[in-house]
Design a protein around this ligand. Structure first.
Ligand code: GLU
Length: 318
């Protein structure tokens, strides 16, 4: 075992990156590299209908443009844990799923999206309803009957237990899995492996020691820590950063053209953009041009704001 930091950026190539994605890449790179750690670029292309290679290519180009580098992964697929694209890792996910199945921890769920939303369950912050366990005790005969009509999603049974961790930015966090989420999906009914399963298996098998990403994924960390432990892995450290929002408080989306990296590259040099991002993240006192390498010596989680960062596009582009 080594105590070397291993960080990662794990984007989903479902569109050109936006400013928020770039901020995530930068923060995760600074966090790992400022401790002398190594860095992995993993491509989270689980969903074949949403992910395209051309976006992965653009993503690599955009990261390089900004001055970020990685030691493993990417489209070149270099490193001891390859493949680094999730679409090529199905056999690994299936094997792990089988170990859970054999322990009796999984069951098939046939609830449709509308049934789930209609079930009156309160909703998680990401909009998904808390699952009450409706399909947990179906009989073999009922399952057989339902399978004639549609495939089932595979859910993991969760215990009535609190999961606690200390976030590098937001401090101590606790959540009860039953009251906040319920049995969660590890494989969708269309056969696609769920993000929660893939991310845990990959972070563990790739030796990732710190997971740095936007605070919109903080809620997922409880499920992921639980799954790490269930599979006998040591969970990584987690650091969630505030989100970059539009000046009206709106979440950025890959459809917003004015924060799309393609557009930003026509307006900024990498150093200008890094100066703006470094300043917004509290790492430097003035939004003056700076390189990614220069930002390394300034980086500290203590300086990271806890509140989301509103970007006033008009001012930002002055
Ligand atoms: N693939 C996810 C995304 O692009 C990030 C997952 C993670 O960092 O755990 O939002």
């Amino acid at each position: 075992m080594t105590d070397k930091t291993v960080g990662r950026f794990a984007p989903t190539p479902s569109g050109r990156m936006h400013l928020g994605n770039l901020f995530c890449a930068l923060t995760s790179w600074l966090s790992a590299r400022s401790r002398g750690g190594s860095y992995i670029l993993r491509i989270e292309d689980l969903d074949p209908l949403r992910c395209f290679r051309e976006y992965s290519e653009l993503m690599e180009e955009d990261l390089k443009w900004l001055g970020l580098d990685w030691d493993e992964g990417g489209l070149a697929d270099i490193g001891p844990s390859k493949p680094y694209s999730q679409c090529d890792r199905s056999d690994i996910y299936e094997q792990i799923l089988e170990t859970l199945r054999q322990k009796g921890l999984l069951y098939l769920c046939f609830c449709s999206r509308s049934e789930l939303h209609a079930a009156n369950a309160p909703h998680l912050s990401d909009g998904s309803p808390i699952y009450g366990g409706k399909c947990r005790n179906l009989t073999e005969a009922e399952i057989k009957e339902k399978l004639k009509k549609r495939g089932g999603a595979t859910r993991l049974i969760v215990p009535d237990e609190d999961v606690t961790f200390t976030d590098m930015c937001y401090g101590e966090q606790t959540q009860n899995l039953v009251t906040h989420c319920g049995d969660f999906i590890l494989r969708r009914s269309d056969g696609v492996f769920a993000y929660q399963l893939a991310v845990v298996v990959d972070d563990a098998l790739m030796g990732v020691t710190e997971v740095v990403r936007g605070r919109d994924l903080l809620d997922s960390s409880f499920r992921q820590i639980y799954l790490h432990r269930l599979l006998g892995f040591e969970p990584p450290q987690f650091g969630h950063h505030p989100l970059i929002l539009a000046d009206d408080g709106r979440r950025l989306s890959k459809r917003d053209k004015d924060t799309d990296v393609g557009f930003l590259r026509t307006r900024f040099t990498p150093e200008q953009l890094l100066g703006q991002l470094g300043f917004a993240a509290g790492q430097i006192d003035r939004p003056e041009p700076i390189t990614a390498k220069e930002l390394l010596s300034c980086f500290s989680w203590d300086k990271m704001p806890r509140n989301d960062i509103k970007i006033d596009a008009a001012k930002f582009f002055d």
